[in-house]
Design a binder for this molecule. Structure first.
Ligand code: SF4
Ligand code: SF4
Length: 162
């Protein structure tokens, strides 16, 4: 990975911290390797293991299992990453997009009144509350704005997992 791309991801972390996704699919050998490292996994109804997000392997904005990260993590490239890789945006522009995304997510975090665990867990809390119609209207609006921005610049059609 080029240093500009690495700088961008170390400025962002949203594909690992639970902001964008709730889980990463794992192949059985990957699940076994992560278990051996002491990471707790979740098991879906069909018996397959997944890596819940915020990822337990994330320290700050760094992946502590980077060389052995799952295939789904290796393959994932968000739209902003691709735009920087293709020279469609500069590093400064891309970092600005991340800053805007963080600000939109932080508006949601403030609305749920919990920064414990960081942005990802707060977004999950907000999504659950929105689904059960218990989220305050202004926070629901902040959540909707954040989701649109995240889809527009990060998730798009390249969803790694829910
Ligand atoms: S969401 Fe994109 S820019 Fe952010 S860390 Fe993941 S790949 Fe990098
Ligand atoms: S294993 Fe590493 S790359 Fe994959 S979600 Fe966790 S921190 Fe991110």
């Amino acid at each position: 990975m080029s240093s500009a791309l690495s700088t961008l991801c170390l400025h962002c972390g949203m594909c690992c911290d639970g902001t964008l996704f709730t889980q990463v699919p794992l192949r059985p050998p990957e699940a076994e390797a992560l278990r051996q490292r002491g990471l707790s996994l979740a098991v879906k109804e069909d018996g397959t293991a997944v890596l819940p997000q915020r990822c337990a392997a994330l320290e700050g904005l760094c992946c502590t299992v980077y060389e052995e990260r799952p295939e789904a993590c290796r393959r994932y490239r968000c739209q902003l990453f691709n735009a920087l890789a293709e020279g469609e945006v500069s590093l400064e522009e891309a970092k600005g997009v991340v800053d805007t995304a963080h600000a939109k997510v932080d508006a949601v975090v403030g609305g749920v009144g919990s920064a414990e665990g960081g942005r990802g867990p707060a977004m999950r809390q907000a999504r659950v509350a929105a689904a059960s119609l218990t989220l305050a209207p202004e926070t629901r609006e902040s959540l909707a704005h954040a989701e649109v921005y995240l889809d527009q610049h990060f998730r798009g059609r390249f969803r790694r997992s829910g």
